[in-house]
Design a protein around this ligand. Structure first.
Ligand code: RB5
Length: 155
């Protein structure tokens, strides 16, 4: 279980704080290193600040993978996917989590702390940590993300 032991950068806003603490306990119990960039309480903050920090670190290759949690997961997902090389997957069920690794090689897992129970979140996390990317035709599809010619699409 959990062959990949590479460290994880993790962040949340206030709406994801409680779930983030549960996720950290799970990671500790499974000897998976992590860096928590906050937030540190349920006091209101802007999810974008934390999403930017985590996505930037993954985008630059400082961390191979990350986890982000906000109320729905939507805001974190929107901000994280603006960063090059970030493939952030909003997974509020287990099947999405498995497929986000298998077919999409997701490098940031996003969950909605106000949508799913803690126990479901841990199952989603386990599936994400345990599933390998299949490569092959899925890599061909992903490569096209990096080759989008935005200039020619403007015409
Ligand atoms: C915070 O109220 C909420 O907007 C945030 O956690 C998230 O769900 C945004 O997408």
């Amino acid at each position: 279980m959990f062959e990949n032991k590479s460290p994880i950068i993790i962040g949340s806003d206030h709406a994801g704080y409680i779930l983030k603490e549960k996720v950290k306990t799970f990671l500790k119990n499974h000897n998976i290193e992590f860096e928590d960039i906050g937030t540190d309480s349920e006091e209101k903050v802007d999810y974008s600040d934390f999403g930017i920090k985590v996505a930037n670190a993954v985008s630059k290759g400082k961390f191979e993978r990350g986890i982000l949690i906000c109320g729905t997961g939507l805001g974190m997902s929107m901000v994280a996917n603006r960063f090059p090389h970030v493939k952030a997957a909003l997974c509020n069920h287990i099947y999405s989590s498995i497929m986000s690794r298998r077919h999409n090689n997701s490098n940031i897992l996003i969950m909605g702390g106000r949508i799913i129970s803690d126990s479901l979140a841990i199952e989603i996390l386990k599936a994400w940590l345990d599933t390998q990317f299949e490569g092959g035709r899925h890599q061909v599809r992903l490569d096209k993300f990096d080759k989008i010619d935005f200039e020619s699409l403007k015409k």
